[in-house]
Design a protein around this ligand. Structure first.
Ligand SMILES: C[S@@+](CC[C@H](N)C(=O)[O-])C[C@H]1O[C@@H](n2cnc3c(N)ncnc32)[C@H](O)[C@@H]1O
Length: 253
């Protein structure tokens, strides 16, 4: 597996971003990294795997031969691993994240994958990706855009990296709109999840931040408007699992 020199974190790049929340977010993910996969699977009741699968299917990569995908805010590389499994290594993936600890865990998982050699890890910021213009057939971000306050800036950056005809898939936690479901969800999300997440990760702050950031996330219509404003066409929002997650898709023409 080839690994770009992500160990040499470009501190200047991260700290010069006009986004005051960046160091806080990075430190938070560095802290919860060891328990991240376990909590992800258990708190989502294994649904996270299915959501990522659907996001990859939406990219319509065919057999993936000679195609390139960038996974932004890749965390422990679940999206990249799922994509190489589906395409049996015929797809080349750059997986990027600004958290060293998340990437380190991702690297260990990628090395165990039969098609892991198709994945390159690069430490980087979603607002300034390590890519020339028009280099990728697909850009994905799963449960990451919520943490980036400058969503327009990030989507413009994804658009820049895509080839013409390329597709973007944004998976994000959203709030159900149905009144009853919304009530249940808020109970789980605001009361139970911070408790369980905090207990296992020993970081209550991170699992209190989670519901806050989801509740503040724009509505489907608002987020679609941001995607269109960044240059994407064919923009769709597909709610999944009663609307607790939404897959947003778009295309560069
Ligand atoms: C909830 S995790 C999602 C990880 C992974 N995509 C998944 O599906 O499990 C969010 C990830 O976004 C990363 N992240 C947040 N803001 C970022 C930014 N501005 N640039 C790069 N990565 C970022 C965090 O370090 C963290 O690994």
């Amino acid at each position: 597996m080839s690994v770009e020199p992500w160990t040499k974190l470009n501190q200047n790049l991260v700290l010069s971003m006009n986004n005051v929340e960046l160091p806080f977010i990075r430190e938070m993910f560095d802290a919860i990294a060891p328990k991240y996969d376990f909590l992800n699977r258990s708190l989502s009741l294994y649904q996270d795997v299915i959501w990522r699968r659907r996001a990859i299917a939406s990219l319509k990569l065919g057999n993936g031969r000679e195609k390139k995908m960038m996974d932004v805010a890749c965390g422990t590389c679940d999206m990249a691993i799922e994509a190489v499994r589906r395409t049996k290594g015929r797809l080349f993936i750059t997986a990027t994240d600004f958290s060293f600890n998340m990437l380190a865990l991702g690297k260990a998982k990628v090395e165990k994958e039969p098609h892991g050699a198709s994945i390159v890890l690069a430490q980087g910021n979603g607002l300034g990706l390590p890519s020339p213009d028009a280099a990728y057939d697909a850009v994905t971000i799963a449960f990451g855009i919520r943490n980036i306050m400058d969503r327009h800036g990030a989507l413009v950056e994804f658009h820049r990296c895509l080839k013409k005809g390329g597709r973007v898939a944004v998976l994000e936690l959203t709030t159900p709109t149905h009144t009853f479901l919304r009530g249940l969800y808020l109970l789980y999300f605001q009361k139970i999840l911070p408790l369980v997440g905090g207990l296992f990760s020993k970081n209550r702050g991170a699992y209190s931040y989670l519901p806050e950031s989801v509740l503040k996330f724009p509505s489907h219509a608002e987020f679609k408007a941001i995607m269109k404003g960044a240059g994407f066409t064919d923009v769709h929002a597909r709610p999944m699992t009663f609307g607790i997650v939404t897959l947003f898709t778009g295309r560069k023409v």
